[in-house]
Design a protein around this ligand. Structure first.
Ligand code: SF4
Length: 354
């Protein structure tokens, strides 16, 4: 598989799978966009994309770039002038479909500019905007047929760039439907294994529904070794999209990110508020880069009672099993002290910091 250089990262091959998201601010609002990207970088978002709908937004790229650390991607549709200006402004990658530019000379100009600045292009094929569906009755189309057409349109786009000897290309094949997405990515990987894929479901939906759908789809792809970078597209803040993406990678053992918190669902035996402890603990950890770093890879148990609590807490690096408004602290398999509930969070945080 080709390796694609994107700012300080290399995508594809055996390189780590990178997490990305997209700002939902108005790109023309430079301060709001910078603020959101800085928040995203703080929680570990490695690649950030911004929409570039017009020249006004495009001319803000250099200002945004000056205040952020990680690679910035411009999402551009149809207008080659926006692509050229974004490249001039210092963008690190563009997402554009050359087939939509409509003029071979304009595509050549974009490719030349990308080659000069050594930046890659992502071709993005979405099931909802396939050229083949424009005047077609798609009601009887199977997932297989959708996937075949997605792959065909992706290859057509790639061929435009290949003919110009441009190789720094990633591709995404996305649908809001699990089967179409997974089939398309797998078929593409078989036909063009050398091209790294950006994977994800598009328009996946609300937080819970979209996270579940995305996790199932990405798990299948990632276990098949498909995916150089992932984006979880939820109707939610990009912060939660990044958290979800990392949880998927962490669960599959592909990246480390924050602790593995083992907490019980609670039941009628529980006499402590486990849910608020876990929520506060996560809020503290994921809003503090130092805590996030120090807690990474640690298994921390927060259990409601002594029925399963001590067992789980013992299996963890450290943890607490609840009792009546109190808790027993375990570390390395040993019970070390009794705590009142108000000491739970501070004890765990201090232990992470040690
Ligand atoms: S650990 Fe205790 S409180 Fe939690 S679910 Fe199990 S039995 Fe219920």
């Amino acid at each position: 598989m080709r390796e694609i250089k994107l700012g300080k990262f290399v995508l594809g091959g055996n390189n780590p799978i990178r997490v990305q998201s997209m700002c939902n601010t108005d790109t023309r609002d430079v301060l709001a966009t910078i603020k959101q990207i800085q928040q995203l970088e703080k929680i570990g978002c490695e690649i950030n994309r911004i929409a570039v709908p017009d020249m006004d937004a495009c001319r803000k790229i250099a200002k945004i770039k000056a205040e952020i650390t990680n690679p910035l991607v411009a999402d551009i549709h149809f207008d080659h002038k926006l692509a050229l200006e974004a490249i001039k402004q210092g963008i690190d990658k563009i997402r554009i479909n050359p087939g939509n530019i409509g003029d071979a000379e304009k595509v050549k100009d974009i490719v030349k500019a990308c080659k000069d600045r050594k930046i890659p292009i992502r071709i993005g094929v979405n099931a909802g905007s396939l050229k083949a569906i424009k005047n077609a009755d798609t009601s009887s189309w199977s997932s297989e047929k959708y996937a075949d057409i997605m792959v065909q349109e992706a290859i057509e786009e790639i061929n435009i760039l290949e003919q110009l000897n441009f190789k720094q290309v990633l591709v995404s094949l996305k649908a809001d439907d699990l089967n179409r997405t997974v089939l398309a990515c797998k078929k593409f990987a078989k036909q063009m294994p050398e091209i790294p894929q950006h994977i994800g479901l598009t328009e996946a939906g609300s937080f819970i529904a979209g996270s579940v759908k995305s996790a199932i789809a990405m798990s299948e792809l990632l276990r098949s070794k498909i995916g150089a970078t992932i984006r979880v597209s939820l109707t939610e803040s990009p912060i939660l999209q990044v958290r979800t993406a990392y949880e998927i990678l962490k669960t599959l053992g592909l990246r480390e990110y924050g602790p593995n918190i083992i907490s019980c669902p609670t039941c009628g035996r529980c006499e402590v508020d486990v849910a608020s402890v876990v929520k506060e603990l996560e809020d503290r950890i994921y809003n503090d880069p130092e805590l996030l770093k120090k807690s990474t890879g640690k298994k921390i148990a927060v259990m409601g009672c002594i029925v399963n609590g001590p067992g789980e807490a013992k299996e963890s690096d450290f943890g607490i099993a609840g009792g009546k408004s109190k808790g027993i602290f375990f570390e390395a398999g040993k019970q070390t002290k009794k705590l009142s509930q108000k000491e739970w969070i501070s004890t765990i945080i201090n232990k992470i910091k040690e």
